[in-house]
Design a protein around this ligand. Structure first.
Ligand code: SAM
Length: 249
């Protein structure tokens, strides 16, 4: 997968060289290119913002540098006619979910436009939409200072779904948000942990070797945890088996 990110803070994206994503890049599974929006300005101060028409607080990102930067990304297409799916992080976008991450993971080329200040001049969305698919995506119902943190989160969630990025693909199957339930609690050695004055034991069923009993326990834990922490998910997950058998109130 190829990923282009346009930002006024290229250094903010340096963590994309670490951990799983760094390894995937070095293995040739991910081609991530970070571009400085200010390279598409033509004044001495490399200006990317101006005051809003109609008044109001804050500054708005100017259209010309954005149009030039996005055009440059499109012009570097790996094949004639190829365009990226442009993701613009923004609190007014569609919510970012595991389902959206799965959908984005099937695309060959994503581009990201990181807004700052009060956001990007609305005409840039029109300019971009005439050239490529554009989706505004929100990380959640809160306001960040810029799109870079959202890009880090989206790229990490998408990249770990790409074939070969995670060593054991089985670990993706039972994760939180894959089927509407949160994941079960997980434990490792020691089976009995002396935590100061308290001995904390792993649930005995996990040491039983009875795979059917372990699967049943894990499913029950998933339902209970989801009911306790995210009852909104249970309401949406009508098809989850076993819900009717449990008193999750
Ligand atoms: N004035 C904008 C509004 O009220 O919708 C908020 C602008 S915010 C201070 C600056 C930038 O941060 C946005 O352009 C966007 O790139 C990013 N951002 C802020 N909150 C976000 C969120 N919840 N999800 C994704 N990106 C966000």
């Amino acid at each position: 997968m190829r990923i282009d990110v346009v930002t006024i803070f290229p250094a903010y994206l340096e963590p994309l060289g670490l951990s799983l994503i760094g390894t995937a890049r070095r293995a040739g599974l991910l081609d991530i290119r970070v571009h400085d929006l200010r390279d598409h300005t033509h004044d001495r101060h490399r200006t990317v913002d101006d005051s809003p028409f109609g008044g109001g607080a804050g500054m708005v990102m100017k259209p010309e540098p954005w149009a030039a930067a996005l055009d440059a990304v499109v012009a570097s297409a790996p094949a004639a006619g190829a365009v990226p799916h442009l993701i613009v992080p923004g609190p007014g976008g569609v919510p970012f979910t595991q389902a959206l991450a799965r959908s984005l993971a099937t695309e060959p080329w994503l581009a990201f436009a990181c807004g700052r200040y009060e956001g990007i001049d609305e005409r840039v969305y029109e300019h971009a939409s005439a050239r490529m698919p554009v989706t505004v995506v929100s990380l959640g119902d809160y306001v960040l200072g810029g799109g870079e943190v959202a890009v880090l989160a989206i790229v990490e969630a998408v990249a770990r779904l790409l074939p070969g990025v995670i060593g054991n693909a089985d670990s993706l199957v039972e994760e939180s948000h894959e089927d509407g339930l949160l994941e079960y609690p997980v434990y490792t050695r020691p089976a009995s942990w002396v935590d100061g004055a308290v001995v904390r034991d792993v649930p005995p069923v996990l040491l039983s070797g009875d795979h059917a009993a372990i699967a049943a326990w894990r499913h029950e834990q998933r339902v209970r945890r989801t009911a306790a922490r995210r009852p909104d998910l249970l309401a949406r997950t009508a098809t989850v088996s076993g819900l009717g058998d449990l008193d999750v109130a």
